[in-house]
Design a protein around this ligand. Sequence first.
Ligand SMILES: [Zn+2]
Length: 258
Amino acid sequence: MRILSCLLIFIIAVSAQAMNVVLDPGHGGNDRGATQGLFTEAEITLQVANLVAIDLKRDPRFSVYLTRETDRYMSLEDRASFANKKSDLFLSIHVNSSSDPRASGKEIYFQNQLLPDEESLFLASRENKTMKSEREVTRAVSLNLKSKKNLNPEVRAIVEDLERNHRFKLSGIFTEKLFFHWGGGSQYRRHSIRQAPFFVVSNIDKPAALIEIGYLSNKKEALNLVNPQYQKKIAKGIYHAIISFKEFIDNQAEKSLN
Ligand SMILES: [Zn+2]
């Protein structure tokens, strides 16, 4: 119970301040991600992340950080460790691609304890392929554990378990908010909210989600994805989802105080 109340006090303390949001535009530099003619995922994700950042910067309830602000390469390990230092909430932005030119629509991923389906595993392996080496991955994961090294192992295991479950729950709530506030094409929820072992989402100790904003392999959707008006619509949807998530956290904190 004591651990639970400590965790609660921590959540209340965090929610009273501005929320630190880390936006992660996928790919960049030599890693272009998905492509369609001259259009690249690296460019589109940066444009959309910048639009979301403009809204968040104007809003005193948030502080916003981008893992990259220019078209440069950044490893997944560096993105995760940046997010672990800076974020209360993390969102990685990507563009999808498929061998089926008809595939379209958004997909939002978070980590939970369910087994991912095969398609999600395939997508995760594609998005994770820029990782340097197994050793780098192990190092990045162990960074998370260092801060709790002074706790006795039994207490540490309980704290980590509570934190993990809490994080899964909040990440799930954030993906729901992204789904409902989305400004793009409508789709069935069960096709849109999924889970997959993306490196950046799995190695962050805060609520985190990864959004694939559409398919660059679909010619019609590709034209939308590079259209500044459509990008603004997506960005507004993401911004409102982040506001709604912050309001949820603040309400929870208020309820526990009453
Ligand atoms: Zn990607």
